[in-house]
Design a protein around this ligand. Structure first.
Ligand code: FMN
Length: 210
């Protein structure tokens, strides 16, 4: 079975049913996900969105703190987020030129649906902030995988806005909270090349105490 992990996604697919006869659709989904930059309408339906969030709240969560917050941005709210992106770059970079501002303004308009994922951090808790943030990151990853399973393209992006206290406040977040990213979702509008993935064995060590 170890051999199989050395194959690129498309070659691996043929082996999936041999190695994983029971969970092949699940593993196929994980092994075929890739970020999709260009997406268009339609985005997920309400029912699909519900399934995406059901997957999100399966994220592991130390202490049952439920740190995740998901902000659904679509329709007119995209224009409002676009305005916030433009204000953000003007505020942080007073010398920003029109092209930079226009680029920021355009970002939230690329996808029919954006989900801003945040971690609402409980400070002074025995579960440290990093674990709460990681839980929100795991929720974001589940959103990417669920969107892919439903046939949508999705991409996780951040940028300076995520670390900007003024920007965070627009989402009702405080300085200690983390805006872990924006997940842009829509119907895939590109058939780019298959992304070459590294051989995972490059990153895997069979550990023993020396
Ligand atoms: C926390 C986080 C933040 C990211 N922020 C950005 C970003 O702001 N802009 C960007 O182009 N890619 C960003 N990426 C990378 C893309 O989401 C994506 O992983 C990358 O394009 C590689 O594609 P892949 O997911 O198919 O490997 C981010 C990834 C993570 C995990």
């Amino acid at each position: 079975m170890g051999l199989a992990f050395g194959f690129e996604g498309y070659r691996f697919h043929g082996l999936i049913s041999v190695y994983f006869p029971y969970n092949k659709h699940v593993i196929e989904n994980l092994l075929s996900r890739a970020s999709v930059k260009m997406v268009r309408e339609p985005g997920p339906s309400e029912t699909e969105l519900r399934a995406i969030f059901e997957a999100a709240v399966r994220a592991p969560d130390h202490g049952k703190l439920r740190p995740w917050r998901f902000f659904v941005i679509r329709g007119d709210a995209r224009e409002q987020l676009s305005e916030m992106f433009s204000e953000g770059v003007r505020r942080r970079e007073p010398g920003a030129n029109e092209a930079q501002i226009a680029k920021e303004r355009e970002k939230p308009l690329r996808a029919p649906l954006t989900i801003a994922v945040a971690a609402k951090i409980v400070t002074g808790h025995k579960v440290p902030p990093i674990e709460q943030t990681l839980s929100a990151g795991a929720a974001a990853m589940n959103i990417l995988n669920a969107a892919h399973a439903l046939g949508y393209g999705a991409r996780w992006v951040t940028g300076a806005n995520c670390y900007d206290p003024v920007f965070k406040r627009e989402f009702g977040l405080e300085d200690a909270d983390q805006l872990v990213g924006f997940i842009q979702i829509g119907t895939p509008d590109e058939t780019g090349p298959v992304t070459r993935r590294p051989d995972p064995s490059e990153f895997v060590v069979k550990w023993n105490r020396a």
